[in-house]
Design a protein around this ligand. Structure first.
Ligand SMILES: NC(=O)c1ccc[n+]([C@@H]2O[C@H](COP(=O)([O-])OP(=O)(O)OC[C@H]3O[C@@H](n4cnc5c(N)ncnc54)[C@H](OP(=O)(O)O)[C@@H]3O)[C@@H](O)[C@H]2O)c1
Length: 323
């Protein structure tokens, strides 16, 4: 297949953890051309994608840029869509719909959106987790569009404990304040390596996956097991501390005090997870492991990244180290 005859897939949020993984898997397959959408083409992350063969296009995801998005999607046979981290009620639904509408207007035939469960519906309105439910509302919209669509739902990211809820040293012990109860088993994943194989599989078998929603999981693991694994892999003494309740979360991360929107959502999300499960009961939790038998466990994530508990952002340098 000549390079111009390969189908073009456009990846929204291409420099994100999920986006980078998608770009790399598609390019590495040798079967696709990839267009990478980013706000800035001169960042190290964007340049690295270009070096690997992606075509970079600068376009904002915010509302009001639909025309630019239509142009950015032009000529693509598939599009990977994602909404960036946004505060509740600041337009995640509209940002997601705008991408999808633009892709359809540009003639894209298959949309793959990275979403999450509709917590509002599953909990009968009892739990507040807008960054889940708003993605589900984007999905509902996409399902009304006259194109094929598929959806992946990533589990909790391993990187959350590195980037957003980092551990701290207490004497000789690395203390992990974790937002789930000590022995609660939950799905986790490495977004830097797990999103790509799922995206590649779906675009490679479009008919099979049209209309489907597929969880992407590295492993089901408890916080206590994560701490024990960290101890075994790094040789450092480690301990679990509960950050499950709002009070505990603020105690361990005082920077969140007063951020009512964040605290309400954090509380709603973890209560939802414990009471209803992260995924709706009928989801196929084995799918991503069948597609990618090498999906990283927490232990493999720790070994490959060499993370020892220090503050770290999962920018390009870590993604590079993983390959
Ligand atoms: N953390 C979890 O456990 C978890 C689990 C499942 C799903 N999610 C969802 O995953 C999504 C985040 O994915 P990720 O972690 O892969 O993304 P990420 O690494 O945080 O990167 C977000 C990307 O979005 C792009 N972006 C465009 N407009 C933006 C804006 N206005 N503000 C911030 N970024 C913007 C940025 O790229 P440019 O700067 O290049 O434009 C950036 O690379 C969120 O929607 C989150 O809800 C998270």
């Amino acid at each position: 297949m000549s390079s111009t005859s390969k189908p073009l897939i456009t990846v929204v949020g291409a420099t994100s953890k999920q986006g980078r993984s998608a770009v790399h898997a598609l390019l590495q397959s040798g079967r696709y051309r990839v267009r990478a959408l980013t706000r800035k083409t001169d960042t190290p992350e964007a340049k690295s994608l270009a070096q690997k063969g992606a075509e970079l296009v600068a376009v904002p995801l915010e509302l009001g840029h639909k025309k630019a998005l239509i142009e950015a999607f032009r000529g693509s046979s598939g599009a990977f869509l994602m909404t960036p981290p946004m505060a509740p009620g600041t337009g995640e639904v509209e940002v997601g719909k705008q991408q999808a509408d633009a892709a359809v207007e540009a003639g894209v035939q298959h949309l793959l959106f990275t979403g999450l469960e509709n917590v509002d519906k599953i909990s009968g309105g009892k739990k507040y987790a807008p960054h889940f439910t708003e993605k589900a509302q984007v999905e509902e919209h996409i399902r009304t569009l006259p194109v094929a669509s598929s959806f992946i739902y990533l589990a909790y990211f391993y990187t959350n404990f590195v980037e957003y809820y980092p551990p701290r040293m207490e004497g000789d012990t690395v203390v992990f304040p974790m937002y789930l109860p000590r022995d609660f088993r939950a799905p986790f994943v490495d977004p830097l390596t797990a999103a790509g194989p799922a995206v590649l599989e779906i675009f490679s078998h479009r008919d099979r996956y049209a209309g489907q929603t597929l969880p992407v999981i590295g492993e089901l693991i408890t916080p206590q097991e994560m701490v024990e694994t960290f101890q075994r892999v790094t040789g450092k003494k480690a301990a679990y501390a509960s950050a499950f309740t709002r009070e505990e979360l603020v105690h361990h991360f005082p920077q969140f005090a007063g951020d009512e929107g964040f605290l309400r959502e954090a509380e709603g999300m973890v209560q939802y997870t414990v009471e209803y499960g992260y995924y709706r009961k009928d989801r196929d939790l084995e799918w991503s492991r069948r597609v990618d038998p090498h999906a990283a466990t927490w232990e493999e994530f720790l070994r490959r990244t060499g993370w020892q508990g220090e503050p770290r952002r999962f920018g390009q340098e870590v993604a590079e180290a993983r390959r």
